[in-house]
Design a binder for this molecule. Structure first.
Ligand code: ZN
Ligand code: ZN
Length: 136
């Protein structure tokens, strides 16, 4: 069954729709994601081709100086963290991570992986029942 999921940043400067299935949520506790999100990234995802922007006037992409191959998408007005993607693949077959908190309705999503558990902040409890990814 076709499924569409809407999402936005806090202020509405960025609004998007995803047509089709969403990836399960993964948590990334790497130092970068801690800085970008304020704690850790909890991201679903979808192919770029499945994402339609209803508003993107404030969407801004930031690539860390030491890794221009990745980019975080955020709202330049309200600061919401929205997306993460690789940039050197062009726009073909690109998979975009979508911060799950930006969905208007995230019903049915579940967290299935924890990345960079060893970098997780001491104040952040990690669910021992969720698989740790060891190759990232
Ligand atoms: Zn915003
Ligand atoms: Zn990360």
């Amino acid at each position: 069954m076709a499924r569409a999921t809407n999402g936005s940043c806090l202020c509405g400067g960025v609004r998007y729709r995803v047509d089709g299935p969403l990836r399960d949520v993964l948590q990334c506790h790497c130092h970068r994601c801690q800085k970008v999100t304020g704690n850790f990234m909890a991201a679903s995802g979808a192919p770029l081709a499945a994402i339609t922007f209803d508003a993107e006037s404030t969407l801004t992409w930031y690539s860390p100086a030491d890794d221009p191959n990745v980019a975080y998408g955020f709202c330049a007005r309200c600061g919401s963290s929205l997306f993460w993607r690789l940039v050197d693949q062009g726009d073909d077959d690109v998979h975009v991570s979508i911060c799950a908190g930006t969905f208007d309705d995230a019903e049915g999503l579940r967290t299935t992986e924890i990345w960079f558990a060893e970098q997780a902040a001491a104040h952040t409890p990690l669910d021992p029942t969720i698989a740790r990814s060891t190759d990232r």
